[in-house]
Each structure stands twice: as structure tokens, then as C-alpha cells.
Design a protein around this ligand. Structure first.
Ligand code: PMP
Ligand code: GLU
Length: 393
């Protein structure tokens, strides 16, 4: 038998992608499965964005490599986007683009984390952070939050987690999976704490444009010059423009950090697919109407489905403010059905109710399941109906 690396043996497969793969497999066997597992908008990429890519293919610009860190025009587009939505612009040497925000996270851990460096991660956290840190020999340090404190870390918790090895704090607001958003005041306190202790802030802002019912996304990097210097922003076009398949992500940070990440990109993927870069330029700088249309659709789904989900026996759900996930606590539901393990409970829901959710286990939340509402209302209503039937049987 082939001897696999310790690295791969110690890592978990992405639970979101695994759940989605299992749902697709059952569907291909003819089973009636409602897929609420993987987090991706259900809209087609807006036409003006498609057209920009098609043009670059047809005029030949997309035939060739670009600079590894991305086209200068793409860096300018990111700068313009930041001017519009963050309130500050950036220089080209502060931007590096690559193959999805997910890979950019990996590249930045590879560029910054040495063996034993600690990264503080508030839980529940998005599934890939911890494994990517471990792949780079870093140590994820989890700080637990729950429904009781609205899934937010306190300064006391951060202080208790801090050691002389603390290198970075991960912040994902709006959060996948909880949909929680930190307020400006909370971010100021966290930002100043990080500056005081020279801990880098990794701000994963990917859901920043998807906020509902008057909630506001405040980028931590916009709060002060000192906090900005301490912050590495990760963002992308997947969620905002319904472009998950295009694989465009980017990092905005100090030139020294950007140069280090660019080096990793140059030795791994080379540049992000050139046609996708042209699409991203149009997404970031072109008409933004479709973003608001999609945001409103998510908001309607959230407001319609939330009260229905709250009625499912044993499901305790906090109403999310952003992103597109419900993250109900199912402790009581598991007790009612005789389960102690949330992954087994999620599998039973898939097998018996035909509803594909994601186990909270991969998010560091062993009492929760994640349900994406980035799908049409009929599917969502039917899924909740099936969950109710499943719980009542
Ligand atoms: N960060 C978070 C919090 C996410 O949920 C995702 C995936 N949905 C990503 C990063 C990566 O996004 P992508 O690779 O599609 O740009
Ligand atoms: N991030 C999305 C999710 O949480 C897409 C899948 C993934 O990249 O893990 O479902």
C-alpha cells in the first residue's frame, strides 16, 4: 500500500464539499434529495460579467499567462472596489489575486505561518481554516462562542487565548456558518487589542455585501490606519456576484505580505485563469444592480424560512444577519431522536428525510447543523416541511 504523507493523513476532507458530493451521489441514484449543503448562490453569473470573459477569450487576451499576482487592471479594480465599499483605496503592490479566496487563505498561511505559530480562531468557524493552518504546521487555537453570546468572542476570551506564540487572529464577519456580524465598537476593541499585542488580523470579508434587514457590515480594516496596517483582508467574487465556479479570490495587505503571498502563488498555481480575471474586473467595477437583486432574494428567503425553521421541534435557531446559512442548535432534536453525534444525526436527515445539511462538527460546533438558504423558496419550504415530519415521526 502506498505510504501517504503525515500531512494528508492528519487532515480532514472539507465537510461542506463532502456533504455536497454525497447528496449528488444519492441524486444520481434517483433519490429525491434537497441540497442545502454547499454554500453557493443559485443565480447565474450576471451577463455583463460573462461578456467580459467572453470578449477576453475572443480577442486573445485570455490566451496567455499574466503576472502571477494578477493583471494590473485587476489590482486597480480591487482598489476601486475598496474605494467604493471600504472607503479607502490601495496600491497595486497591496493586492494579490489567485484561485479562489480558499486558495488565497492557504497561500497566506503558507507565507506567514511557521511551525508552532498559533492562530486564534473563534468557533464556530468556516471548515477550511483549521486544516489549512495545520497543513502549514501552525496551531489553531479555538475560542468557543455559542448562541448565548450571539456567537461573538469577547476581549477576555481573546486575552485568555493569547500566548507569546499568537501570530494571527481570524475574523469572519458576517460569519459562515452563523451569519453573525460584529459591530463597529466590537471591531474597534478587537482591532486595538490586536495592535497592542502585535497579532495580525485576518479579515475574511467574503460575505460583506450579503447583509440583511438593516444590518451593517463594517470592514475592520476601515477603522483606523493602525488597525489597517495590522490587517490582512481576504475577499473574492464567489458570493457577491454568484461566481463560485470562476475561482477568483484576492488578498489586500501590506506590500511585504503581498509579495510573500505572490511568491507562493508563482510557485504553485501561477496566475489565476486569465479569462476569470477579466470577468472579475467587470464584476468589481461594472454595474452593481445584480448584487442588490440577489441580496434581496436572500433576504426574502431568510425572512420567510426563519419562522418556519424555528417551529421544527428541537431546532433552536438564532436569526442570522448576514451570509446565507441557518445554523440551528439541534441538541434537543438529537436527544428526541436518540442521537449523540451530530454527524450521524445529519446523515439520518439525509437518508430518511432527503435533506442534505452539513454537520456542525466540521465547524467546531458539535450541537449544530448548517442549512444553506441560497436556493429557491419552494425547495427551502419543502426542506423545512420534511425536517418537521422527520422530527415528529
Ligand atoms: N471564506 C469563507 C468564509 C467561505 O465561506 C468561503 C467559501 N464559500 C471561502 C472563504 C472561499 O471562497 P472561494 O474560494 O469560492 O472564493
Ligand atoms: N464555502 C462554501 C461553503 O461553506 C463552499 C464550499 C467550500 O469551499 O468549502 O459551503
Amino acid at each position: 500500500m502506498v505510504k501517504l504523507s503525515r500531512r494528508v493523513l492528519e487532515m480532514e476532507e472539507s465537510v461542506t464539499l463532502a456533504a455536497s458530493a454525497r447528496a449528488k451521489e444519492l441524486k444520481s441514484q434517483g433519490r429525491d434529495i434537497l441540497e442545502l449543503s454547499v454554500g453557493q448562490p443559485d443565480f447565474i453569473t450576471p451577463k455583463h460579467i460573462q461578456d467580459a470573459a467572453i470578449k477576453s477569450i475572443q480577442d486573445g487576451s485570455a490566451s496567455f499567462y499574466t503576472v502571477a499576482s494578477g493583471l494590473p487592471e485587476l489590482k486597480d479594480a480591487v482598489s476601486q472596489y475598496f474605494e467604493n465599499f471600504y472607503g479607502y483605496s490601495v496600491e497595486r503592490n497591496q493586492v494579490v489575486a489567485g484561485t479562489g479566496a480558499k486558495f488565497m487563505l492557504y497561500a497566506l498561511f503558507a507565507a506567514l505561518i511557521d511551525s508552532g505559530d498559533e492562530v486564534i480562531i473563534p468557533t464556530p468557524f468556516w471548515v477550511s481554516y483549521a486544516d489549512q493552518i495545520k497543513m502549514n504546521e501552525g496551531v489553531p487555537v479555538f475560542v468557543t462562542t455559542s448562541e448565548d453570546n450571539h456567537f461573538k468572542v469577547s476581549l477576555d476570551q481573546l486575552e485568555a487565548a493569547r500566548t507569546d506564540k499568537s501570530k494571527m487572529l481570524l475574523l469572519n464577519s458576517p460569519s459562515n456558518p452563523t451569519g453573525m456580524i460584529y459591530s463597529k465598537e466590537e471591531l474597534e476593541a478587537i482591532g486595538n487589542w490586536a495592535v497592542e499585542h502585535d497579532i495580525l488580523i485576518l479579515a475574511d470579508d467574503i460575505y460583506g455585501r450579503l447583509v440583511y434587514n438593516g444590518a451593517e457590515f463594517v470592514p475592520i480594516s476601515s477603522l483606523s490606519e493602525t488597525i489597517r496596517k495590522q490587517t490582512i483582508v481576504v475577499n473574492g467574487v464567489s458570493k457577491t456576484y454568484s461566481m463560485t465556479g470562476w475561482r477568483v479570490g484576492y488578498v489586500v495587505a501590506d506590500p511585504e505580505i503581498v509579495a510573500a503571498i505572490s511568491k507562493i502563488v508563482s510557485q504553485t498555481t501561477s496566475n489565476l485563469t486569465t479569462a476569470a480575471q477579466y470577468a472579475a474586473i467587470e464584476a468589481l467595477t461594472g454595474a452593481q444592480d445584480s448584487v442588490e437583486e440577489m441580496r434581496q432574494a436572500f433576504e426574502e428567503r431568510l425572512n420567510t424560512v426563519y419562522p418556519l425553521l424555528a417551529e421544527v421541534p428541537g431546532f433552536d435557531v438564532v436569526k442570522p444577519q448576514g451570509a446565507f446559512y441557518f445554523f440551528p442548535n439541534v441538541k434537543k432534536a438529537m436527544e428526541m431522536k436518540g442521537y449523540t453525534d451530530v454527524t450521524a444525526f445529519t446523515t439520518a436527515i439525509l437518508e430518511e428525510a432527503g435533506v442534505a445539511l452539513v454537520t456542525g462538527a466540521g465547524f467546531g460546533a458539535p450541537e449544530n447543523v448548517r442549512m444553506s438558504y441560497a436556493t429557491d423558496l419552494d425547495t427551502l419550504k419543502e426542506a423545512v416541511r420534511r425536517l418537521k415530519v422527520f422530527m415528529e415521526n
